[in-house]
Design a protein around this ligand. Sequence first.
Ligand code: ATP
Length: 566
Amino acid sequence: MDGFDLFRKLGVGTKFDFKRFKSDANVLNLLPAASVSKSATKKARLDADNEQQESDNEVQEAPDVNHGTEKHTEEGDLTVLQGLKKKGEKQRTKKSKQSFAQMKQEKINHIRNKNRIHCFGQDPPNPCTSFEQLAATYGLNPQIIKNIASIGYTQPTPIQIQAIPAMMDRREILACAPTGSGKTAAFLLPIMHHLKEHKKKGYRALILAPTRELAKQIYREFLRLSEGVGLKAHYISKSTTEKRLEKKYDVLVSTPNRLVYMLQEDPPLINLSQVEWLVIDESDKLFEDGKTGFRDQLAKVYQACNSNNVKRAMFSATFAVEVEEWCKLNLDNVLQVYIGAKNSATTTIEQELKFVGTESGKLLAVRDIIAKGVQPPVLIFVQSKERARELFHELIYDGMNVDVIHSDQTQEQRDNAVKNFRSGKTWILICTELMGRGMDFIGVNLVINYDFPNSAISYIHRIGRTGRAGRSGRAITFFTESDSMYLRSIARVMVNAGCPVPNYMLDMKRPNKKIRRAAKRVPKRDRISTVSQYDIDKLNKKRKYISKDKGKSNKRAKLKRGAEKS
Ligand SMILES: Nc1ncnc2c1ncn2[C@@H]1O[C@H](COP(=O)(O)OP(=O)(O)OP(=O)(O)O)[C@@H](O)[C@H]1O
């Protein structure tokens, strides 16, 4: 066994620093030969450089390479070594860069998979998994980071992880994430970052929401997150009509209706030409046509936001194909961010369907649920303001701590209803679709769909008032035979969220187009009353008869008086 063989045996699994132990290598005849093949040279070079990432085999192979027959001078060998080193260094840098990029991408993919983040669009920015990382990467104001911490947000939610970096990069986005998953902060934080400080330029960001209550809630969240930053936000209430207010604020939160009214005044009461960010919350709702939607109003607002550099962001818990198509056509290099499956309910909600037979069965069922004990606050959804009033009268008569909110009330009444429910003064709030979207009442434990929702989308939003921000919640949906044709779509939402549903509901035939269209209209239902519909009809008939009779006797009396006068 010669010196080389001995070296080979002992050197298995070790790395040899040729530079440091050059004289030893020389003695053992281990220095590389100039005539070795290209690949062999590369291996030798990598070993010589004591590269950490090299495999043991390669190290083992190195002496073979050096086992040349040619004799060299020490200087010549050194030159070769240096040349090899330079070449190898480049390759190594390239290789390590590649493997670093690959590792980084794997990490990013892992973060996205773990948080069920799906991105569509060119070059999605890297997700940021902590608020500190946002500060480090984008220079988010430390005061905002402080505010986030004092509110109690310890880490970003999945939509915040991906949508905040996107908006920080000034990307136009379409974002869909489940109810209660923190979409509001996802768009407010980047806006605050871009606007930086108060400027007397007029509104630089506009946020639209379908209801005044939601607009006010977003405004309040903005105040909380931007405290001490100096930015000024304004929420348009009915009384705001003064143009001079404009320069005082940086951010405007409004409903489309109110804004369009102000834009259409002559001269317009508001100027939106400075708007840099336009955020549409509940975008699928605002894109709806007709009486319940805001599509026309939205078009007018777009026209008014006529700055060249306006960026748009759409957020909602539910997805509509029309919105996606519009965004693809009209937004610049749009990035679509979806969390989880599209149009799915939050998985922290325990969902239940309850067959109640008839309309009167609903009243019995709701009384029964409450009598068995519920943990307030509780929200009860009905399909119309008339029914909200009717149910309210029934439950208040039972002595329950209940209130009602609907669009026929004054703004003050509505504000009080929300305030009392938020503060815990009211335990049960009866509401219409008005409260269905976006409202964030902390800790709603139970949502009762007294009237069956007329779409899966409406269902997802209604039940999404509970189980927010990772909390658990419960939703009970009453149904009668007349609701059976819409059962299938709700049952599917439930199954997708992991809730048990009887098979027959899933096997039901999909209603045809005509029925689906009809389903969009509010179905006619019997009055909500302890007195049966039969008795109500009988009572109404009797009332009619009495009033007719009264009319007759009044006529007779008049004639009698006339006769007496003459
Ligand atoms: N990072 C966070 N950590 C903890 N809680 C958060 C975080 N971000 C937001 N929240 C809280 O989560 C709740 C829901 O947030 P938000 O109202 O923005 O939900 P949303 O996704 O807009 O829901 P919806 O679709 O119903 O409008 C709020 O109470 C909010 O304060």
